[in-house]
Design a protein around this ligand. Structure first.
Ligand SMILES: [Zn+2]
Length: 459
């Protein structure tokens, strides 16, 4: 009898030791799309002055991340998120498929990119589909969620739950998350437990007038979700009324969600979406995996519109703080929860020298000693923030009006004339706190982030 008790004690000790080695049953992965180091610095100054810090900058651990993809020095959001989610370097434009050549999607009769051409290229291969963090968590019996301020089918969320050789094949990506239907990703088992974002047309039937970007196959994926027991939300109010005993899908916009600066009251904030997701997912005693994307940072940067980009970083930061606060109520020491915050790639926004300390980050550069506007070699004033590439390159520079430069709709000047501002190839930053966060340090590959999360979660 005593021997048996001793054995039971030893077994318990061993299993708790194993548990201690892989303690993060909850993993929350925040991705600020395009949130490069300079964007973080600028947002910090914008909100908290030079001497302040954003909330997520106060997390315990930091690392620098190399973001190049399998075939490109400068990545797009698909392979960089794929690297975080699968541990594999992937080609640009490809969603969580190893060695797949990107194939641009075919257009349907309505002109929408619905035809999946995976496997048609010269390699006749649609690659291998490595398991994603979300799929691994689901396989371990945990609850899983993907939340974004972009369309739900966009590259970042798609790389958590879909596998396809072009990120623009949004109609096919949508059907990969609808349990029981044609094209479903069976690795998601009974379904992703929480899904939130925009992109309603990709989930609803085509109608020439009412829904011209709708599905050519006529499927109503939201009705299919409902038939599978999902609570389907279209507004913030719907979302707030959802109870934590059903799976949840919230599609809050036809396209991406609004910028935080002009957000309609029908749309939830990113913080509200994140906290609601935790309410829904944390009921599972085995834990959960949640991905939250601040996807509009990237949109504003592409638009060379720094003010909205900085506002979006602040909004993203608020969502992270709300999440940390909520998780500390559930798991006070974060002993079972790992929270990671990073970006998928940089942009080409830079800070020019040498504005006076305390000068508005969005303003024109002012001399340190005199406070008078600084001048370029042609005698013109210029803003602190400019972009390496983008549409706003003047043939001959003129003075920049300081008040205009700080307006919400101002587009900063650019060096190379491009139709839109592009991504940067510089390293990005990573912040982590909680269980298993200690190994996040140094300068590491984006694929290594997957390995560290997987180990922390015992997945
Ligand atoms: Zn982008």
């Amino acid at each position: 009898m005593k021997t048996i008790r001793l054995y039971a004690l030893l077994a318990a000790a061993f299993s708790s030791q194993a548990f201690a080695q892989a303690p993060a049953r909850n993993i929350i992965f925040f991705l600020g799309d395009g949130m490069g180091p300079t964007t973080i610095t600028a947002a910090r100054i914008y909100k908290y002055k030079e001497e302040g810090l954003l909330n997520f900058e106060r997390l315990d651990r930091t690392a620098r991340i190399k973001t190049y993809s399998a075939n490109a020095m400068v990545t797009d959001s698909a392979p960089s998120m794929g690297a975080y989610m699968t541990g594999v370097k992937i080609n640009n434009d490809v969603i969580s498929l190893k060695d797949a050549k990107p194939q641009s999607p075919g257009k349907d009769a309505n002109g929408n990119p619905t035809v999946d051409r995976c496997g048609e290229g010269e390699k006749k291969s649609d690659g291998m589909a490595p398991m994603t963090m979300l799929e691994l968590a689901k396989a371990a019996g945990r609850s899983v969620g993907a939340v974004t301020s972009t369309e739900l089918t966009h590259a970042t969320p798609a790389s958590t739950f879909a596998h396809i050789c072009n990120r623009n094949t949004v109609y096919t990506i949508a059907q990969q998350i609808v349990p029981g239907g044609a094209g479903y990703n069976e690795r998601l088992k009974d379904g992703v437990d929480v899904l939130m974002g925009g992109g309603r047309p990709f989930f609803t039937p085509f109608d020439a007038k009412a829904n011209p970007k709708g599905r050519a196959d006529g499927r109503d994926l939201l009705a299919e979700f409902k038939a599978r027991g999902y609570f389907v939300a279209a507004t913030r109010a719907d979302m707030m009324s959802a109870l934590p005993n059903r799976k949840f899908v919230g599609i809050y916009a036809d396209s991406h969600l609004d910028y935080a600066t002009v957000r309609k009251p029908t749309q939830p904030t990113l913080a509200e979406m994140a906290v609601k997701s935790i309410e829904l997912l944390s009921k599972n005693p085995k834990g959960f995996f949640l991905m939250v994307e601040g996807g509009k940072i990237d949109h504003a940067l592409h638009d060379s519109n720094a003010k909205n980009a900085l506002e979006e970083v602040v909004d993203f930061d608020n969502a992270i703080q709300a999440t940390v606060d909520r998780m500390r109520q559930i798991d006070p020491g974060l002993e079972h929860t790992l929270i990671v915050v990073t970006a998928d790639h940089d942009h080409t926004m830079v800070m020019n020298g040498y504005p006076k300390r305390g000068n508005p980050i969005l303003g024109i550069v002012r001399d340190i000693a005199t406070g008078q506007p600084a001048r370029d070699a042609d005698g013109k004033t210029y803003t602190t923030l400019v972009y390496g590439g983008g549409p706003n390159r003047l043939d001959a520079r003129a003075d920049v009006d300081d008040a205009r430069a700080q307006a919400l709709d101002y587009h900063q000047e650019t060096g190379v004339r491009l139709s839109g501002e592009g991504h940067g190839g510089g390293d990005v930053k990573l912040y982590a706190v909680g269980a298993g966060s200690a190994p996040f340090k140094g300068t590491i590959e984006n694929t290594r982030v997957f390995e560290l999360m997987k180990a922390a979660g015992g997945l």
